[in-house]
Design a protein around this ligand. Structure first.
Ligand SMILES: [Zn+2]
Length: 259
């Protein structure tokens, strides 16, 4: 929501959205100082929570040095040090998004350091899959989880931006699987529903892209509408567009929203 207007909040409220979780994302242009990370986290935790409240929407945050911003040195490492001040704040329900974007060693360093923070703090983790070379990104993610003995902690890990290429593997690993829906590019509503038809409803959650590019914070209600047209049961629609995400995030003691 950092990149969106109050018009978006208004439409989201009208579409029935009652609670949102916003991950730390890319500023849109390169950050040059640790201060912009700090201002961003503070803005999300306090200002954005208040802004969404004005539209009747409860707002939570995942905090991280984003994969796309994790290759700068020494900036990314300094930002990570500064992040410790924000992790224990109210509203921060997970570490995320973290993981690979270009899939290189600099990203790997920040990914592993942030996984360690999540483990130490017993926090939920949200992992980003790259938009290109997804299979390779997932393979490397799995080996990191394995090396860190996290494969028995998969109920606390969400792997996001799955497609037809990765969904089976993500579910096989045992993690929660996010399908990030875009209006046209990447994953459209109908493609996301095809994936659900093929792979079932367990541990899969739909989320809306809402970023600097062509994206739509109403993707979740649009998928729900499309599922209804295709004849899915209401309880099944609610499971993938809401309750699975709820089951995941309510594992955080700071996630207070209840139906
Ligand atoms: Zn992402």
């Amino acid at each position: 929501m950092y990149s969106r207007t109050t018009d978006d909040y208004q439409s989201m409220s009208k579409a029935g959205i009652e609670v949102i979780v916003q991950p730390s994302f890319w500023l849109g242009s390169p950050r040059t100082t640790v201060g912009t990370f700090e201002d961003y986290w503070e803005h999300m935790i306090s200002f954005e929570t208040q802004r969404s409240k004005e539209f009747g929407i409860d707002h939570y945050v995942c905090i991280s040095v984003n994969p796309k911003e994790s290759t700068a040195r020494p900036l990314a490492l300094n930002a990570l040090k500064a992040m410790s001040e924000y992790i224990d704040r109210d509203r921060v329900v997970a570490i995320g998004e973290i993981g690979y974007n270009l899939i290189n060693d600099l990203e790997d360093e920040l990914f592993q350091m942030q996984l360690d923070i999540a483990t130490d703090k017993k926090m939920l983790t949200m992992i980003h899959l790259p938009h290109v070379n997804k299979k390779e990104g997932l393979k490397r993610t799995e080996s990191v989880l394995k090396n860190k003995s996290l494969l028995d902690m998969t109920n606390k890990i969400l792997i996001d931006h799955n497609t037809e290429e990765t969904i089976e593997k993500t579910l096989e690993i045992g993690c929660w699987a996010g399908l990030t829906v875009y209006p046209v590019t990447k994953l459209s509503p109908s493609r996301a529903i095809d994936i659900i038809e093929k792979n079932g409803l367990e541990k899969i959650m739909i989320n809306s892209s809402a970023d600097w590019g062509v994206s739509d914070p109403l993707s979740v209600p649009k998928v729900a509408e499309e599922m209804k047209k295709r004849g899915f049961r209401t309880s099944d629609i609610e499971k993938v567009t809401f309750y699975n995400a709820f089951e995941f995030y309510k594992q955080s003691t700071k996630f207070l929203w209840r139906p």
